[in-house]
Design a protein. Sequence first.
Length: 210
Amino acid sequence: MTTKKGDFIQVNYTAKIKESGKVFDTTDNALAQKENLHQHNQGPITICIGEHQVIEGFEKALEGKEVKKEYTVSIEPGKAFGRKSAKLVQLIPTSKLREQKVTPQRGMQIIVDDNIGVIRVVSGGRVMVDFNHPLAGKEITYTFTIERVLEDNKEKLKSILKIALGKEPDIELEGQKATVKDEIPSQHQKFLKKKIPTLIPAINELEFKK
């Protein structure tokens, strides 16, 4: 059995910057601790292939793979965290940062107009800020193992809700109807009622109760 688009899978992985070999993400908590990565008991993640829940190159690599077999793939920047763009390196008036009570220093991470950037140069009344993703322009390697393909519809639903809502609400599943017992914003309810049946055809009705 090999994986395909639309499958819900549980996967363990370790991601590195190819050039340096530095680990920047992993589901292995012991390795995360060793590499000083700040995460909380992540363990294997559950995703639906094709739903863009991981970067493009990694998602593509998950298709057509065997369960319990280890793979390693290299992903070029365009299908990882993007190529570096000169347009995303901008000069910002120092006064704008001081209004936010920020004293600019080289290497400092700041937020400007809801965008996260890193200060590269501090010069006179201006600072140069790089808004590229920290891993932009880097080739990435993923070593991964697909632990299993989910078959249980309730487990699939829980995984979608956890990603969409950031938590795992109480769920009841009876026949083709699922009831979610939690306070969910109306805009989320509308999206999920439309999305769930396309991903899990066995569930064609979704009800929300507080």
